[in-house]
Design a protein. Sequence first.
Length: 126
Amino acid sequence: MASRQEDYRLARVSRLCLALPEAVRAATSHGDHSTFRVRKKVFAYFLDNHHGDGIVSVCVKSEMGQNIDRVRAKPDLYYLPAYIGPRGWFGMRLDRGSIDWREVENIIELSYRLVAPKSVRAKLRP
């Protein structure tokens, strides 16, 4: 039986996340998402049709309220994911046309900076 090739969007999100100090990836047993952590704290999720919603996205933490601002400004690009949206998280859709990978990198790093301990954040470029 041939192994299924990893989705190119997950591969790219993984490279961006794992380039950050002490970042690790864990996949679920049912394969609909991957979790990225720093010192056991989640800073990003890659979701693929999670709970049958048909969306492929990267979900990240933001300052409280910024998630809602993003969704209001660009509802075709950003959304509030179930369960975590009310806690300051937002999703960036990766299933609608071309992907702005610089924006993906930016939101991942912002989320990482909110979650990572100060000693680990100090390893990042300013």
